[in-house]
Write a protein that binds this ligand. Structure first.
Ligand SMILES: NC(=O)c1ccc[n+]([C@@H]2O[C@H](COP(=O)([O-])OP(=O)(O)OC[C@H]3O[C@@H](n4cnc5c(N)ncnc54)[C@H](O)[C@@H]3O)[C@@H](O)[C@H]2O)c1
Length: 405
Protein backbone atom coordinates (compact mmCIF):
# COMPACT_ATOMS: atom_id res chain seq x y z
CA UNK A 1 0.00 0.00 0.00
CA UNK A 2 2.60 2.45 -1.02
CA UNK A 3 3.83 4.03 2.18
CA UNK A 4 4.98 0.97 4.05
CA UNK A 5 5.91 -2.51 2.96
CA UNK A 6 7.73 -4.09 5.80
CA UNK A 7 7.62 -7.82 5.21
CA UNK A 8 5.58 -10.66 6.58
CA UNK A 9 5.53 -10.65 10.35
CA UNK A 10 4.66 -7.23 11.56
CA UNK A 11 3.54 -6.78 15.07
CA UNK A 12 1.65 -3.92 16.60
CA UNK A 13 1.78 -3.26 20.32
CA UNK A 14 -1.42 -2.37 22.09
CA UNK A 15 -0.08 -0.24 24.92
CA UNK A 16 -2.22 -0.78 28.00
CA UNK A 17 0.21 -0.81 30.90
CA UNK A 18 0.31 -4.25 32.48
CA UNK A 19 -2.28 -5.46 29.94
CA UNK A 20 -0.07 -4.54 26.95
CA UNK A 21 0.01 -7.15 24.19
CA UNK A 22 1.21 -7.72 20.65
CA UNK A 23 -0.93 -8.20 17.58
CA UNK A 24 1.12 -10.24 15.11
CA UNK A 25 0.11 -9.75 11.50
CA UNK A 26 1.52 -11.70 8.57
CA UNK A 27 1.23 -14.72 6.31
CA UNK A 28 1.82 -18.28 7.48
CA UNK A 29 1.84 -17.11 11.10
CA UNK A 30 -0.37 -19.91 12.37
CA UNK A 31 2.73 -22.09 12.41
CA UNK A 32 4.12 -19.76 15.09
CA UNK A 33 0.96 -19.64 17.22
CA UNK A 34 2.43 -21.91 19.92
CA UNK A 35 5.62 -19.89 20.18
CA UNK A 36 3.68 -16.62 20.40
CA UNK A 37 1.28 -18.04 22.99
CA UNK A 38 4.11 -19.40 25.09
CA UNK A 39 5.94 -16.09 25.00
CA UNK A 40 2.74 -14.28 25.98
CA UNK A 41 1.71 -16.42 28.96
CA UNK A 42 5.04 -17.88 30.10
CA UNK A 43 5.88 -21.46 31.04
CA UNK A 44 3.16 -22.07 33.65
CA UNK A 45 0.16 -22.79 31.42
CA UNK A 46 -0.02 -26.47 30.42
CA UNK A 47 -3.33 -26.67 28.60
CA UNK A 48 -4.65 -24.92 25.50
CA UNK A 49 -8.39 -25.09 24.91
CA UNK A 50 -9.14 -24.21 21.27
CA UNK A 51 -12.54 -22.78 20.37
CA UNK A 52 -12.63 -23.15 16.58
CA UNK A 53 -15.10 -21.56 14.16
CA UNK A 54 -16.65 -24.19 11.86
CA UNK A 55 -16.11 -21.84 8.88
CA UNK A 56 -12.32 -22.06 9.17
CA UNK A 57 -10.60 -24.77 7.13
CA UNK A 58 -9.68 -27.94 9.01
CA UNK A 59 -6.06 -27.66 7.88
CA UNK A 60 -5.72 -24.22 9.45
CA UNK A 61 -7.09 -25.45 12.79
CA UNK A 62 -4.82 -28.52 12.56
CA UNK A 63 -1.78 -26.30 12.04
CA UNK A 64 -2.82 -24.18 15.02
CA UNK A 65 -3.22 -27.26 17.23
CA UNK A 66 0.10 -28.69 16.01
CA UNK A 67 1.91 -25.45 16.73
CA UNK A 68 0.46 -25.25 20.26
CA UNK A 69 1.38 -28.89 20.93
CA UNK A 70 4.90 -28.14 19.67
CA UNK A 71 5.16 -25.40 22.30
CA UNK A 72 4.32 -27.90 25.05
CA UNK A 73 0.56 -27.35 25.39
CA UNK A 74 -1.83 -30.21 26.00
CA UNK A 75 -4.46 -29.28 23.38
CA UNK A 76 -8.25 -29.74 23.58
CA UNK A 77 -10.45 -28.61 20.71
CA UNK A 78 -14.11 -27.63 20.42
CA UNK A 79 -15.72 -26.56 17.14
CA UNK A 80 -18.60 -24.09 17.12
CA UNK A 81 -20.78 -22.97 14.26
CA UNK A 82 -19.48 -19.48 13.58
CA UNK A 83 -21.52 -16.33 13.07
CA UNK A 84 -23.81 -14.25 15.23
CA UNK A 85 -25.89 -17.19 16.41
CA UNK A 86 -23.04 -18.54 18.53
CA UNK A 87 -23.02 -15.42 20.72
CA UNK A 88 -25.41 -16.71 23.38
CA UNK A 89 -25.21 -17.38 27.09
CA UNK A 90 -26.12 -20.99 26.22
CA UNK A 91 -22.97 -21.42 24.14
CA UNK A 92 -20.93 -19.68 26.81
CA UNK A 93 -22.25 -22.07 29.44
CA UNK A 94 -21.45 -25.09 27.26
CA UNK A 95 -17.85 -23.92 26.89
CA UNK A 96 -17.57 -23.22 30.62
CA UNK A 97 -18.78 -26.77 31.35
CA UNK A 98 -16.24 -28.24 28.95
CA UNK A 99 -13.43 -26.18 30.44
CA UNK A 100 -14.33 -27.37 33.92
CA UNK A 101 -14.56 -30.98 32.67
CA UNK A 102 -10.98 -30.78 31.31
CA UNK A 103 -9.82 -29.32 34.65
CA UNK A 104 -8.66 -26.15 32.92
CA UNK A 105 -6.72 -24.11 35.46
CA UNK A 106 -6.26 -20.39 35.95
CA UNK A 107 -2.91 -20.30 34.21
CA UNK A 108 -4.12 -22.38 31.23
CA UNK A 109 -4.93 -20.86 27.89
CA UNK A 110 -8.02 -20.42 25.73
CA UNK A 111 -7.33 -19.97 22.00
CA UNK A 112 -10.10 -18.52 19.85
CA UNK A 113 -9.81 -19.32 16.13
CA UNK A 114 -12.51 -17.70 14.07
CA UNK A 115 -14.49 -14.65 13.14
CA UNK A 116 -15.46 -11.85 15.50
CA UNK A 117 -18.44 -13.80 16.84
CA UNK A 118 -16.40 -16.80 17.98
CA UNK A 119 -13.67 -14.50 19.36
CA UNK A 120 -16.24 -12.40 21.26
CA UNK A 121 -17.75 -15.58 22.73
CA UNK A 122 -14.45 -17.27 23.62
CA UNK A 123 -13.05 -13.99 24.97
CA UNK A 124 -16.11 -13.61 27.21
CA UNK A 125 -15.73 -17.17 28.48
CA UNK A 126 -12.04 -16.46 29.18
CA UNK A 127 -13.05 -13.36 31.14
CA UNK A 128 -15.45 -15.19 33.45
CA UNK A 129 -14.06 -18.73 33.81
CA UNK A 130 -12.39 -18.88 37.24
CA UNK A 131 -12.57 -15.06 37.22
CA UNK A 132 -10.36 -14.85 34.17
CA UNK A 133 -7.91 -17.01 32.23
CA UNK A 134 -5.58 -15.91 29.43
CA UNK A 135 -6.90 -15.89 25.86
CA UNK A 136 -5.03 -15.69 22.56
CA UNK A 137 -7.10 -14.66 19.57
CA UNK A 138 -6.45 -16.02 16.12
CA UNK A 139 -8.93 -14.01 14.03
CA UNK A 140 -9.88 -15.46 10.64
CA UNK A 141 -12.02 -12.77 9.03
CA UNK A 142 -10.82 -9.37 7.87
CA UNK A 143 -13.24 -7.68 10.27
CA UNK A 144 -12.07 -9.67 13.27
CA UNK A 145 -8.42 -8.95 12.41
CA UNK A 146 -8.79 -5.20 12.06
CA UNK A 147 -11.46 -4.65 14.68
CA UNK A 148 -13.04 -7.33 16.89
CA UNK A 149 -9.91 -8.82 18.44
CA UNK A 150 -8.19 -5.52 19.18
CA UNK A 151 -9.32 -3.66 22.27
CA UNK A 152 -10.63 -6.26 24.69
CA UNK A 153 -14.39 -6.00 24.23
CA UNK A 154 -15.96 -9.43 24.63
CA UNK A 155 -19.54 -10.53 25.02
CA UNK A 156 -22.69 -12.28 23.93
CA UNK A 157 -26.15 -11.15 22.81
CA UNK A 158 -29.51 -11.31 24.57
CA UNK A 159 -33.00 -11.67 23.20
CA UNK A 160 -35.20 -9.18 25.07
CA UNK A 161 -38.96 -9.22 24.37
CA UNK A 162 -38.24 -10.95 21.07
CA UNK A 163 -35.60 -8.42 19.97
CA UNK A 164 -31.92 -9.17 19.52
CA UNK A 165 -29.84 -6.96 21.82
CA UNK A 166 -26.26 -7.22 20.64
CA UNK A 167 -23.42 -7.47 23.14
CA UNK A 168 -25.71 -6.83 26.12
CA UNK A 169 -23.68 -9.12 28.37
CA UNK A 170 -19.94 -8.85 28.30
CA UNK A 171 -16.65 -7.85 29.83
CA UNK A 172 -13.49 -6.00 28.96
CA UNK A 173 -10.85 -8.70 28.77
CA UNK A 174 -7.66 -8.00 26.89
CA UNK A 175 -6.06 -10.93 25.11
CA UNK A 176 -2.54 -12.09 25.95
CA UNK A 177 -1.70 -11.89 22.23
CA UNK A 178 -3.35 -11.84 18.80
CA UNK A 179 -2.14 -13.77 15.76
CA UNK A 180 -3.69 -12.57 12.48
CA UNK A 181 -2.63 -14.85 9.64
CA UNK A 182 -3.60 -13.29 6.30
CA UNK A 183 -3.49 -16.71 4.59
CA UNK A 184 -6.73 -17.77 6.25
CA UNK A 185 -8.60 -14.99 4.44
CA UNK A 186 -8.35 -16.96 1.20
CA UNK A 187 -11.33 -19.10 2.21
CA UNK A 188 -13.45 -16.17 3.41
CA UNK A 189 -16.68 -15.64 1.42
CA UNK A 190 -16.47 -12.47 -0.60
CA UNK A 191 -19.22 -10.60 1.19
CA UNK A 192 -17.54 -11.25 4.53
CA UNK A 193 -14.31 -9.89 3.06
CA UNK A 194 -16.12 -6.83 1.82
CA UNK A 195 -17.73 -6.28 5.21
CA UNK A 196 -14.23 -6.13 6.67
CA UNK A 197 -13.32 -3.51 4.10
CA UNK A 198 -16.18 -1.38 5.45
CA UNK A 199 -14.43 -1.20 8.83
CA UNK A 200 -11.11 -0.50 7.07
CA UNK A 201 -12.65 2.51 5.33
CA UNK A 202 -13.90 3.70 8.70
CA UNK A 203 -10.41 3.45 10.18
CA UNK A 204 -9.08 5.32 7.16
CA UNK A 205 -11.47 8.19 7.79
CA UNK A 206 -10.20 8.59 11.37
CA UNK A 207 -6.59 7.69 10.55
CA UNK A 208 -5.20 11.14 11.39
CA UNK A 209 -6.21 10.63 15.03
CA UNK A 210 -3.70 7.79 15.08
CA UNK A 211 -0.92 9.21 12.90
CA UNK A 212 -2.02 7.62 9.62
CA UNK A 213 -3.77 10.29 7.56
CA UNK A 214 -2.93 8.41 4.35
CA UNK A 215 -4.67 5.15 5.20
CA UNK A 216 -7.98 5.95 3.49
CA UNK A 217 -6.42 7.04 0.22
CA UNK A 218 -3.86 4.21 0.20
CA UNK A 219 -6.69 1.71 0.74
CA UNK A 220 -8.54 3.11 -2.27
CA UNK A 221 -5.41 2.81 -4.42
CA UNK A 222 -4.92 -0.80 -3.29
CA UNK A 223 -8.53 -1.78 -3.99
CA UNK A 224 -8.02 -3.12 -7.48
CA UNK A 225 -5.74 -5.82 -6.07
CA UNK A 226 -7.16 -6.36 -2.62
CA UNK A 227 -9.97 -8.72 -3.68
CA UNK A 228 -7.29 -11.12 -4.97
CA UNK A 229 -6.09 -11.19 -1.39
CA UNK A 230 -2.33 -11.08 -1.90
CA UNK A 231 -0.80 -11.76 1.54
CA UNK A 232 1.71 -8.89 1.43
CA UNK A 233 -0.90 -6.28 0.60
CA UNK A 234 -3.31 -7.70 3.17
CA UNK A 235 -0.59 -7.72 5.78
CA UNK A 236 0.01 -4.04 5.16
CA UNK A 237 -3.68 -3.22 5.25
CA UNK A 238 -4.38 -5.19 8.43
CA UNK A 239 -1.33 -3.91 10.25
CA UNK A 240 -2.13 -0.27 9.53
CA UNK A 241 -5.75 -0.74 10.58
CA UNK A 242 -4.70 -2.46 13.79
CA UNK A 243 -2.38 0.46 14.51
CA UNK A 244 -5.24 2.92 14.19
CA UNK A 245 -7.49 0.93 16.48
CA UNK A 246 -4.66 0.20 18.94
CA UNK A 247 -3.74 3.88 19.24
CA UNK A 248 -7.33 4.87 20.01
CA UNK A 249 -7.88 2.00 22.45
CA UNK A 250 -4.62 2.85 24.25
CA UNK A 251 -6.02 6.33 24.94
CA UNK A 252 -9.39 5.11 26.15
CA UNK A 253 -9.40 1.42 27.11
CA UNK A 254 -12.93 1.38 28.55
CA UNK A 255 -14.67 3.98 26.41
CA UNK A 256 -14.72 6.55 29.18
CA UNK A 257 -13.09 9.53 27.44
CA UNK A 258 -15.14 12.64 26.81
CA UNK A 259 -16.64 13.04 23.34
CA UNK A 260 -13.89 15.38 22.23
CA UNK A 261 -11.10 13.39 23.87
CA UNK A 262 -10.12 11.39 20.77
CA UNK A 263 -11.25 8.17 22.46
CA UNK A 264 -13.16 5.05 21.48
CA UNK A 265 -16.27 7.04 20.59
CA UNK A 266 -14.51 7.85 17.30
CA UNK A 267 -14.65 4.17 16.39
CA UNK A 268 -18.42 4.54 16.17
CA UNK A 269 -18.09 6.51 12.94
CA UNK A 270 -20.70 5.09 10.56
CA UNK A 271 -22.25 2.98 13.33
CA UNK A 272 -25.24 5.02 14.47
CA UNK A 273 -26.65 4.94 10.96
CA UNK A 274 -25.12 1.49 10.40
CA UNK A 275 -26.93 -0.18 13.31
CA UNK A 276 -30.28 1.12 12.11
CA UNK A 277 -29.58 -0.07 8.55
CA UNK A 278 -28.55 -3.45 9.99
CA UNK A 279 -31.86 -3.93 11.75
CA UNK A 280 -33.83 -2.99 8.62
CA UNK A 281 -31.93 -4.91 5.93
CA UNK A 282 -30.20 -8.21 5.24
CA UNK A 283 -26.80 -6.53 4.91
CA UNK A 284 -23.80 -7.55 7.00
CA UNK A 285 -22.53 -5.30 9.78
CA UNK A 286 -19.47 -4.03 7.88
CA UNK A 287 -21.56 -3.34 4.78
CA UNK A 288 -23.95 -1.27 6.92
CA UNK A 289 -21.03 0.62 8.46
CA UNK A 290 -19.80 1.54 4.99
CA UNK A 291 -23.23 2.92 4.07
CA UNK A 292 -23.25 4.63 7.46
CA UNK A 293 -20.05 6.42 6.45
CA UNK A 294 -21.83 7.89 3.44
CA UNK A 295 -24.72 9.02 5.62
CA UNK A 296 -22.36 10.51 8.21
CA UNK A 297 -20.50 12.40 5.46
CA UNK A 298 -23.83 13.89 4.39
CA UNK A 299 -24.39 15.06 7.98
CA UNK A 300 -20.95 16.75 7.87
CA UNK A 301 -22.00 18.50 4.68
CA UNK A 302 -25.34 19.58 6.11
CA UNK A 303 -23.60 21.07 9.17
CA UNK A 304 -21.05 22.86 6.96
CA UNK A 305 -18.23 20.85 8.46
CA UNK A 306 -17.18 19.59 5.03
CA UNK A 307 -17.65 20.80 1.47
CA UNK A 308 -20.23 19.21 -0.87
CA UNK A 309 -17.61 17.27 -2.86
CA UNK A 310 -16.62 15.42 0.34
CA UNK A 311 -19.89 13.47 0.33
CA UNK A 312 -19.44 12.70 -3.35
CA UNK A 313 -15.91 11.44 -2.65
CA UNK A 314 -16.97 9.18 0.24
CA UNK A 315 -19.90 7.78 -1.73
CA UNK A 316 -17.77 6.92 -4.74
CA UNK A 317 -15.07 5.44 -2.48
CA UNK A 318 -17.60 3.11 -0.84
CA UNK A 319 -18.93 2.07 -4.22
CA UNK A 320 -15.40 1.39 -5.45
CA UNK A 321 -14.63 -0.66 -2.37
CA UNK A 322 -17.75 -2.74 -2.78
CA UNK A 323 -17.26 -3.79 -6.37
CA UNK A 324 -15.28 -7.02 -6.51
CA UNK A 325 -13.40 -8.23 -9.60
CA UNK A 326 -15.47 -10.08 -12.17
CA UNK A 327 -15.00 -13.82 -12.59
CA UNK A 328 -12.11 -14.59 -14.88
CA UNK A 329 -10.74 -11.06 -14.85
CA UNK A 330 -8.50 -10.39 -11.88
CA UNK A 331 -9.60 -13.10 -9.50
CA UNK A 332 -6.93 -15.54 -8.46
CA UNK A 333 -7.69 -19.25 -8.57
CA UNK A 334 -9.47 -20.54 -5.50
CA UNK A 335 -10.93 -17.19 -4.56
CA UNK A 336 -14.65 -16.72 -4.80
CA UNK A 337 -15.96 -13.85 -6.92
CA UNK A 338 -19.31 -12.10 -6.97
CA UNK A 339 -21.27 -13.13 -10.07
CA UNK A 340 -22.46 -9.59 -10.72
CA UNK A 341 -19.69 -7.16 -10.03
CA UNK A 342 -22.11 -4.30 -9.49
CA UNK A 343 -23.73 -5.46 -6.28
CA UNK A 344 -27.42 -4.49 -6.25
CA UNK A 345 -27.59 -3.94 -2.51
CA UNK A 346 -25.05 -1.16 -2.75
CA UNK A 347 -25.71 0.39 -6.12
CA UNK A 348 -29.51 0.36 -5.99
CA UNK A 349 -31.38 2.11 -3.18
CA UNK A 350 -32.15 -0.01 -0.14
CA UNK A 351 -35.74 -0.49 0.81
CA UNK A 352 -35.70 1.34 4.13
CA UNK A 353 -38.57 2.57 6.33
CA UNK A 354 -39.54 6.28 6.13
CA UNK A 355 -36.92 8.71 7.40
CA UNK A 356 -38.94 9.72 10.48
CA UNK A 357 -39.06 6.09 11.62
CA UNK A 358 -35.34 5.67 10.99
CA UNK A 359 -34.56 8.74 13.10
CA UNK A 360 -36.75 7.36 15.92
CA UNK A 361 -34.71 4.17 15.81
CA UNK A 362 -31.47 6.16 16.09
CA UNK A 363 -32.65 7.46 19.47
CA UNK A 364 -32.76 3.87 20.71
CA UNK A 365 -29.16 3.17 19.75
CA UNK A 366 -27.27 1.80 22.76
CA UNK A 367 -24.59 4.44 22.31
CA UNK A 368 -27.08 7.25 22.70
CA UNK A 369 -27.03 8.92 26.11
CA UNK A 370 -30.40 9.55 27.77
CA UNK A 371 -32.14 9.01 24.41
CA UNK A 372 -29.95 11.68 22.88
CA UNK A 373 -28.21 10.27 19.80
CA UNK A 374 -24.56 10.97 19.25
CA UNK A 375 -23.26 10.95 15.72
CA UNK A 376 -19.64 10.74 14.76
CA UNK A 377 -19.09 12.70 11.57
CA UNK A 378 -16.05 12.61 9.30
CA UNK A 379 -14.08 15.73 8.46
CA UNK A 380 -11.98 16.24 5.38
CA UNK A 381 -8.62 15.88 7.14
CA UNK A 382 -9.21 12.21 8.09
CA UNK A 383 -10.39 13.19 11.51
CA UNK A 384 -13.86 12.92 12.96
CA UNK A 385 -15.95 14.73 15.50
CA UNK A 386 -18.73 13.65 17.86
CA UNK A 387 -21.98 15.63 17.50
CA UNK A 388 -24.44 15.40 20.38
CA UNK A 389 -28.15 15.50 19.68
CA UNK A 390 -27.82 16.58 16.04
CA UNK A 391 -30.55 18.54 14.30
CA UNK A 392 -33.11 16.08 12.82
CA UNK A 393 -32.71 17.89 9.48
CA UNK A 394 -29.03 16.89 9.48
CA UNK A 395 -29.96 13.27 10.24
CA UNK A 396 -32.54 13.35 7.45
CA UNK A 397 -29.85 14.58 5.05
CA UNK A 398 -27.79 11.56 6.07
CA UNK A 399 -30.64 9.17 5.36
CA UNK A 400 -31.44 10.79 2.03
CA UNK A 401 -27.80 10.33 0.98
CA UNK A 402 -28.28 6.57 1.05
CA UNK A 403 -31.65 6.50 -0.63
CA UNK A 404 -34.18 6.69 2.24
CA UNK A 405 -37.22 8.94 1.76
N1 LIG B 1 -15.24 -7.09 20.27
C1 LIG B 1 -15.22 -6.08 19.44
O1 LIG B 1 -14.61 -5.03 19.69
C2 LIG B 1 -15.96 -6.21 18.15
C3 LIG B 1 -15.76 -5.26 17.13
C4 LIG B 1 -16.40 -5.45 15.92
C5 LIG B 1 -17.24 -6.54 15.75
N2 LIG B 1 -17.42 -7.42 16.76
C6 LIG B 1 -18.31 -8.58 16.61
O2 LIG B 1 -17.78 -9.40 15.56
C7 LIG B 1 -18.86 -10.13 14.99
C8 LIG B 1 -18.73 -10.11 13.49
O3 LIG B 1 -17.51 -10.70 13.17
P1 LIG B 1 -17.12 -11.15 11.69
O4 LIG B 1 -17.42 -10.08 10.74
O5 LIG B 1 -15.78 -11.69 11.79
O6 LIG B 1 -18.19 -12.27 11.34
P2 LIG B 1 -18.57 -13.67 12.01
O7 LIG B 1 -17.73 -13.99 13.17
O8 LIG B 1 -20.04 -13.60 12.20
O9 LIG B 1 -18.20 -14.70 10.86
C9 LIG B 1 -18.83 -14.61 9.61
C10 LIG B 1 -18.82 -15.96 8.89
O10 LIG B 1 -17.51 -16.25 8.40
C11 LIG B 1 -17.15 -17.60 8.74
N3 LIG B 1 -15.69 -17.63 8.75
C12 LIG B 1 -14.85 -17.16 9.70
N4 LIG B 1 -13.57 -17.26 9.27
C13 LIG B 1 -13.60 -17.83 8.05
C14 LIG B 1 -12.60 -18.17 7.09
N5 LIG B 1 -11.30 -17.92 7.30
N6 LIG B 1 -12.99 -18.73 5.92
C15 LIG B 1 -14.31 -18.95 5.68
N7 LIG B 1 -15.29 -18.62 6.53
C16 LIG B 1 -14.94 -18.07 7.70
C17 LIG B 1 -17.87 -17.84 10.04
O11 LIG B 1 -18.06 -19.23 10.27
C18 LIG B 1 -19.19 -17.13 9.79
O12 LIG B 1 -20.06 -17.96 9.08
C19 LIG B 1 -20.14 -9.52 15.51
O13 LIG B 1 -20.69 -10.36 16.47
C20 LIG B 1 -19.68 -8.22 16.16
O14 LIG B 1 -20.51 -7.84 17.25
C21 LIG B 1 -16.79 -7.28 17.94
Amino acid sequence: MGRERLGFDMSVRVELGERTYEVHVGAGLVARLGEVARAAIGEVGRRAFIVADSGVTATFVESAAGSLAGAGFNVTRVTIEGGERCKTLGHAERLLQELAATRHERSDLIVAIGGGAVCDLAGFVAAIYRRGVPVVHCPTTLLSMVDATVGGKTGVNLIVNGHLKKNMVGAFWQPAAVVADADTLRSLPIREFRAGLGECLKHGLIGAHAGDALLFDDTLVALKNLYNRPPDLLTDLIQRNVRVKAAIVARDEREEASDDGGGRALLNLGHTFGHVIESNSPLLHGECVALGLVAAAAVSGHLNLAPAEFLHNIRSSVKAAFVAPQPGKQARKGIETVPNAADPTIIAPLSLPPIAALIDQMHEDKKSRGGEPRIVVPLRDRRARVIRNPDPAALAAGWRAIGAE
